[in-house]
Design a protein around this ligand. Structure first.
Ligand code: HOZ
Length: 426
């Protein structure tokens, strides 16, 4: 028995499923989680001494890779001054200024996770519009607040049940679901619920049913529909913010949201989230306005230090984005060629440095096509890569994340491992 297996056995006795977040239990890929103990750059190391090229990067935030020196130094310096005060600190002001500068939001509120950011933005949207209904998209995941666990992606897709127990019917009933990349489905819901929809919330690149980029014009159509029907447009940039571009998906796709939510990327790997928007909307938040939201650890100085160190590098070196995109394209083209040669039906979707291989014949532009993927094939793919030292998402319905630390040589190593894996799958 490996040390990871031993730890997993112990964990299952005291933690549900042996984990603190369902996907990492690796149930849908029929194996046990590798327990990680250290990392550097593009690599992670498990407790059994195995080394992997990491394509998860803590599910996105580590755009610069693991243990980047500037981030580490900033965290260590902040730790020496105190872990938490529950009081204003200088670094949160600097963080808010930087986020506003990079993304174009006028005011921002720090929270502790993407889930919290979305939950708070939805409350603000409801408070500001006086409406209660929300529109989300099937297969999009916005964290685990009650109203968002309706036709949700991520772990709910591998679990085979898109809704969660424990969500009151009245709550779920206020969440309407549209089809991703289908603006007409949004129009139908808005017309059927006149004056009742507070917000349309979308992952600008769906990344929790696997990566599904928006079709040209889709996000712009949502903007126009929201304006026409008086609803707010919320872009959930937990995965795309600061990753696709300095200004996130708003800048990348040229669409302006009313509210934007951010997550772990702002913390550079530490637990952080944020939501922001126009001054007029954000002034509705307490203590200025009637929408209440609070948190002792919000704006935590250690998390701010980590996030600021990463964001400053991203702000000052836009070449990082061109490089991430180039490496993403090399990986996408290489994988497509491997599947084509092998005659294995697969789609390699990509937006910048985010990729997913779907094992299906049809182009994946939404939930139905993502669901048509062959999960047995994904299982073989995952385990084949893992055994060859490539650490990727243990679920068909998640993304691969490239980071600045991945070298061209490593992309070739990933492709070589993919070629061997695919040979075994034939
Ligand atoms: N559900 C998240 C990914 N979309 C996080 C998974 C995890 O941390 O295990």
């Amino acid at each position: 028995m490996t040390r990871s297996e031993q730890l997993f056995e112990a964990a299952q006795k005291v933690m549900p499923g042996g984990v603190n977040s369902p996907v990492r239990a690796c149930r849908s890929v029929g194996t046990y989680p590798r327990f990680l103990q250290k990392s550097k750059g593009s690599r992670v190391y498990d407790v059994d001494g195995n080394e992997y090229i990491d394509l998860i990067g803590s599910w996105g935030p580590l755009i610069l890779g693991h243990c980047r020196r500037e981030v580490e130094d900033a965290v260590l310096a902040a730790v020496k001054d105190g872990l938490s005060f529950g009081a204003p600190t200088p670094s949160e002001v600097e963080m808010a200024e930087l986020v506003c500068q990079m993304t174009g939001v006028e005011m921002v509120r720090m929270v502790n996770s993407g889930t919290e950011a979305v939950m708070s933005a939805l409350r603000l949207a409801r408070g500001a519009t006086g409406r209660s209904k929300l529109i989300k998209f099937a297969g999009c995941y916005h964290g685990h607040s009650d109203s968002m666990l309706v036709k949700a992606g991520s772990g709910l897709m591998t679990g085979g049940q898109p809704d969660s127990a424990g969500v009151p019917a009245e709550m779920a009933g206020d969440t309407l679901t549209a089809a991703y990349n289908d603006a007409a489905s949004v129009r139908r819901l808005l017309e059927a619920n006149p004056g009742q929809v507070a917000a349309v919330i979308v992952e600008p690149v769906a990344a929790n049913m696997g990566v599904v980029p928006p079709k040209p014009g889709f996000l712009q159509a949502l903007r126009e529909l929201c304006d026409e029907f008086g609803a707010l447009l919320i872009l959930d940039e937990v995965i795309t913010g600061f990753r696709l571009a300095r200004g996130g998906a708003q800048a990348y796709y040229g669409v302006k949201a009313d509210l934007v939510t951010y997550g772990k990327i702002i913390g550079g790997g530490m637990p952080v989230g944020a939501y922001g928007g126009s001054r007029k909307l954000m002034e509705q938040v307490a203590p200025l306005g009637p929408v209440y939201q609070a948190g002792t650890l919000s704006g935590n100085p250690v998390a701010m230090a980590a996030g600021l160190a990463q964001l400053r590098i991203l702000q000052n070196d836009p070449q990082i984005y061109a490089e991430l995109d180039r490496k993403g394209e090399v990986l996408q083209n290489g994988l497509r060629e491997i599947f084509r040669e092998a005659g294995i039906p697969a789609q390699v979707n990509r937006a910048g440095s985010l990729l997913t291989v779907f094992f299906t014949e049809e182009p994946v532009t939404g939930y139905a096509q993502a669901r048509s993927s062959d999960l047995e094939r994904y299982k073989q793919w995952y385990n084949g890569l893992l055994s060859r030292g490539i650490y990727t998402a243990p679920s068909q319905f998640e993304a691969m994340f490239l980071c600045a630390a991945h070298t061209d040589q490593e992309i070739q190593t990933i492709l070589a491992a993919a070629r061997e894996t695919v040979r075994d799958m034939q």
